[in-house]
Ligand binder design. Structure first.
Ligand code: ZN
Length: 73
């Protein structure tokens, strides 16, 4: 994959965690409340394994950016 920021070749790898990997908006008190109670978070992958999450990802050595596909809708 070519990096959309610097156009260098990206390395294929993965984000992995022993917990689900989520994304949430970082705005205001409502976001803090939803984060505190684990609400309104979006799972980044449907590929959850028994004890871990795994998201295929591309990493750019030049920009230090990671690009992934998500299930966010
Ligand atoms: Zn780059």
């Amino acid at each position: 994959m070519i990096c959309p920021y610097c156009e260098n070749e990206m390395r294929k790898g993965a984000l992995s965690s022993c917990k689900p990997i989520n994304w949430k908006e970082e705005t205001g008190f409502a976001a803090w409340v939803s984060g505190a109670f684990g609400l309104d978070e979006h799972l980044l992958t449907s590929d959850e394994r028994m004890f871990s999450s795994y998201v295929p990802a591309f990493f750019c050595d030049e920009c230090k950016k990671v690009i992934i596909d998500t299930d966010i809708s």
